[in-house]
Design a protein around this ligand. Structure first.
Ligand code: LLP
Length: 418
């Protein structure tokens, strides 16, 4: 499932002792397994091979250049959501014809750059956006490739902040408007309508919502066909959930078993946009214990990573498994594992049974490869932590720890205060 395993009581990432990295780079740091990234990418590709999908890794889940390069070298495409992500994937020489660009708020600049780059398509999320892209394409004397992101109005059972497929959410175009657009394509002379796109949410551990959304789209595609409209691509989005601890989730094959027959029926080219499925279990956050505090009512294990480094527990109350980097025989008790930041939301675990570690011991917060470093911040003037990529016995820092100078270099004292 992933390549973070204990050997003789010591946590290894592939063939590298996690502790030995900590000794060289200090803590906290993110540590990624090359092999896990590639295995998970290939698992998806293999499970859906009957429809020969273009697998576009969701860059938002982990945008480290080394990770992107590793995946691109294995044939991955990319799902992007900003001009910055576009620049990153172009920098590692990704094939533009494997880039899908979603986002409810693309700016003129972003649209222009993506059009110049020759991406596969924009996933267009509203009528005003479509009109804007049409106008920009006209000015550039180009035809803009577009897939309409349809809001299928299906509920996905996940955290409310990451469900996207109902009309209560800001994403995608409702079916009626989409039909109106696609049956009047002549109104948008500089748009090449390539397909449809859906993305119903993230960390979805049930197959049904995907099936319902696809079935809805098949019905919609049939209606379109009857009205004389056919399209080339069906982009099914991302959202496949992963195992954060011990609750089993369906495997890629199990998802594919239900989805592939439906997708095949469309006869369309299929695009998938997995993020977390590929990156989630490919990374850990390693942190050092500072203090074990007991206030009489509760115990707190205070570590040197904070919510600014990994915000998922604070933001979504999400569960991450946490292990000592060296298996410990210390007494286990119930405690909160928390960071040094000045708010109560700064926690990694609540009421967790955990060994009473001491100052200098290392812990690993598991399944932190997706939406980990990418969502980190400098809150409390804390430098962003380094990222390490391990491949077999080799490892390298693929993003350096920020320095205090990095943190202040864009700031200045105005003349009127001097
Ligand atoms: N495609 C689109 C259009 C998306 O918006 C997303 C994620 C994905 C693909 C990839 O979804 P995945 O396969 O990773 O579930 N920060 C949250 C997750 C936000 C997901 C946003 N969109 C978290 O930490 O759980």
């Amino acid at each position: 499932m992933h390549d973070f395993k204990f050997r003789k009581n010591e946590l290894f990432c592939e063939n590298v002792k996690v502790r030995s990295i900590a000794q060289k780079v200090g803590t906290p740091f993110y540590c990624y397994s090359y092999k896990t990234f590639i295995d998970h990418f290939q698992k998806i590709q293999k499970a859906f091979k009957e429809v020969n999908p273009t697998v576009c890794f969701a860059v938002k889940s982990n945008s480290n250049l080394a990770v992107l390069k590793a995946l691109a070298d294995k044939g991955a495409g990319f799902d992007i959501v900003s001009g910055g992500e576009l620049k990153k994937v172009l920098k590692i020489k990704a094939d533009p014809q494997k880039i899908a660009y979603a986002s409810v708020g693309k700016t003129d600049n972003e649209i222009t750059t993506a059009l110049k780059a020759g991406i596969l398509f924009f996933n267009v999320e509203s009528l005003p956006e479509l009109k804007r892209i049409d106008l920009i394409a006209q000015k550039m004397k180009k035809k803009a490739p577009v897939a309409l992101r349809i809001n299928p109005d299906v509920e996905a059972p996940t955290h409310k902040a990451i469900t996207t497929g109902t009309l209560k959410n800001k994403f995608g175009i409702d079916l009626k408007t989409a039909r109106e657009i696609l049956t009047h394509q002549e109104k948008y002379p500089f748009i090449k309508f390539k397909g449809i796109h859906i993305h119903i949410g993230s960390q979805i551990t049930k197959i049904d919502p995907f099936v319902s959304a696809i079935q809805k789209m098949i019905k919609f595609l049939e209606t379109l066909k009857n009205l004389g409209v056919t399209l080339e691509y069906f982009d099914v989005g991302g959202g496949i959930g992963i195992m954060y601890y011990d609750t089993p989730t369906p495997t890629a094959e199990e998802f594919a078993k239900e989805m592939v027959p439906l997708l095949k029926k469309t006869g369309m080219k299929i695009v998938l946009e997995p993020g977390r499925f590929i990156s989630g279990n490919s990374g850990i956050l390693v942190s050092k214990v500072l203090y074990l505090k007991d206030n009489g009512a509760k115990k707190f294990l205070i570590v040197d990573a904070g919510m600014n480094d990994l915000i998922r527990p604070a933001l979504y109350n999400s569960y991450h498994n946490i292990v000592p980097v060296k298996k410990s025989s210390a007494k286990r008790s119930t405690m909160d594992i928390v960071g040094p930041i000045c708010e109560s939301g700064d926690f990694f675990a609540k009421d967790r049974k955990f060994p009473e570690l001491k100052n200098g011991d290392l812990i690993a917060i598991m399944s932190a490869g997706a939406y980990g470093h990418v969502m980190s911040s400098n809150y409390n003037v804390r430098p962003r932590v380094p990222e390490i990529l391990v491949k077999g016995k080799q490892w390298e820092v693929v993003r350096k720890r920020e320095t205090f100078e990095d943190l202040i270099k864009k700031e200045s004292i105005p003349k009127f205060l001097k």
